[in-house]
Design a protein around this ligand. Structure first.
Ligand SMILES: Cc1ncc(COP(=O)(O)O)c(C=O)c1O
Length: 352
């Protein structure tokens, strides 16, 4: 075993061996634990674990999300994380044989759910343009017109690029009026760009967000959808009643009531992301792309196993497929982890 499992430190014997590593930079998590008040809310909720989570907790969370996202409370649905949100959208709007437009590369869960629903996947490949990745917007419009669902991660995972401007999303919603358009804003806080305000005007728009990233609550599984009230009525038909546990609801409510820490987290991550981006681009053979998220996509020399070398130093990063060439995705960690990443890349290139 390499390094020490964070999971093992907390729960002896419960570590998942494949995630062992001192520095977990493979899943785009927040490197900070949530604030003490959030952890205390989580803990206190345990006293009522014999009771199903009450409606009033869901209502309170929805109110806070509505306030945070600047939408009407009837435009909010909450559930157990962005992954579950994606599944719910597929369940509500996609039937066997329907066309679903997905980015390539793209977030793996969308492809998984499309497969489970028996949908026909229409991939839209991204192109490298200097230090970012772009989507052929005219091509997207063309295929979207014939689709049932269009899923665009904006900013995009794994490239980190913003693919669409709010103006382009508006055009997409008008041109593809018969398709549902899901804009996945999992990394919204790191980009500061949103189309949440459009849900009141377009009933074919769904905006997906999560508390897993900037809010540092990935372990609690809380996400939400923003959409027009009539659109959410269709979502409600496939949404089980108790999709978020009582402790997760309590913690999410506390996090949204006092979200000052999110600003600090985002400030830190963005500063470190920019520093890492510049430092990596100084290393021969590596290319980091500009990112609007909490991770960097990095092109690596074909001959170097960066994932393996990082693991030898106790760092987990992710290999990215679906792109021509060799790429890794590195989540932004705390300073020491980021320094170690730079060391690994510098040493990798110095190796004979
Ligand atoms: C683009 C995108 N959407 C959704 C998610 C799901 O987030 P979660 O299920 O943790 O809320 C992720 C997680 O990495 C993501 O990258």
């Amino acid at each position: 075993m390499i390094g020490v499992c964070r999971e093992q430190e907390i729960l002896p014997g419960y570590a998942t061996p494949e995630r062992c590593g001192r520095f977990l930079l493979d899943l785009n998590e927040c490197p900070f634990p949530p604030p003490r008040a959030v952890v205390e809310a989580l803990y206190s909720a345990g006293r009522y674990a014999n009771r199903y989570p009450g409606r009033e907790l869901f209502d309170r969370l929805k109110l806070l999300v509505a306030d945070y996202a600047g939408v009407d409370v009837d435009s909010v649905a909450v559930f157990g994380g962005g992954d579950e949100g994606l599944r719910i959208v597929f369940d509500a709007f996609v039937a066997k044989g329907d066309s679903v437009v997905l980015t390539k590369p793209g977030f793996a869960m969308a492809r998984l759910y499309a497969g489970i629903r028996g949908a026909k996947i229409v991939p839209v490949s991204l192109q490298e343009e200097g230090l970012r990745w772009t989507i052929d917007f005219n091509h997207l419009l063309e295929v979207a017109k014939k689709a049932k669902l269009v899923v665009i991660e904006n900013p995009h995972n794994p490239t980190g690029s913003l693919l669409l401007t709010p103006g382009q999303v508006r055009e997409l919603l008008v041109e593809a009026e018969n398709a549902m358009v899901l804009i996945d804003e999992a990394y919204y806080e790191f980009a500061g760009v949103t189309v949440a305000d459009l849900v009141k005007d377009y009933s074919n728009l769904l905006v997906l967000r999560t508390l897993s990233k900037a809010f540092c609550l990935a372990g609690l599984r809380v996400g939400y959808l923003l959409a027009a009230e009539e659109t959410l009525k269709r979502v409600a038909q496939v949404l089980p009643p108790f999709t978020i546990s009582r402790p997760s609801l309590a913690a999410a409510i506390k996090a949204l009531e006092d979200r000052g820490y999110v600003r600090h987290v985002v400030g830190f991550v963005v500063r470190e992301r920019e520093r890492l981006f510049h430092e990596i681009n100084k290393i021969n053979g590596f290319k980091a792309y500009m990112s609007k998220t909490n991770f960097l996509l990095v092109k690596t020399p074909e001959s170097v196993d960066v994932v393996g070398l990082a693991l030898e130093r106790g760092i987990r990063i992710k290999r990215v497929g679906d792109l021509p060439g060799s790429y890794v995705r590195i989540s932004i960690g705390l300073r020491r982890a980021n320094e170690l990443v730079l060391e690994v890349l510098r040493e990798a290139i110095a190796k004979p």
